[in-house]
Design a protein around this ligand. Sequence first.
Ligand code: GRF
Length: 209
Amino acid sequence: MRAMRSIVILISGRGSNMQAIVRAAQTEQWPARIAAIISNRADAEGLKFAAAQGIPTAVVANKDYPDREQFDAALRLVIDGFAPDLVVLAGFMRILTAPLVEHYAGRMLNIHPSLLPSFPGMATHRQALQAGVKVHGATVHFVTPMLDHGPIVAQVVVAVLEDDTEQSLEQRVLVEEHQLYPRAVRWFVENRLSIEDGRVHNSAAPHER
Ligand code: GRF
């Protein structure tokens, strides 16, 4: 049997994607353990859930550091203290410097609420409504130094409705994110994913997708 994989999840707020991953790891009995939940904000709502689950938590507050480089250096020390095989960004609202991202090359995932490469950056649901696209969604990708780029692991498509508001669209995408992200993390944990020429190959069987 393959050794247990260790996962560290980074959040900044609510942490609903983190919760979905923690729950799936438990109920589906992944060969993985959530080693820690780390936040850049002490008041992140998701930390309460993590603590209630008995998962170690840590806060590395970006406001305590004079610049990105020093914040990222501190963050890296804390993350590496948990020796993760995988680092999962789940609503982690910080742009990471290239040295940090490169340190976790091939073992850092992010979820972005759009069908990348459309609508990188913030306010993706507003961007989608303004562009008038008829389908929107979410993307899980490996993190590279370029923001919201990087090899795509999985995407989910959500129809845009005539009467959608930013909030209603966000809500429907979020429900899908909670299915998509745990699935993608599970593929990583099960060693299904490989990157070739910037594209992700997935050896999971169709019924496991
Ligand atoms: C999600 O929409 C995610 O795609 C984006 O930020 C939001 C985080 O929500 N990156 P939560 O903290 O997981 O509830």
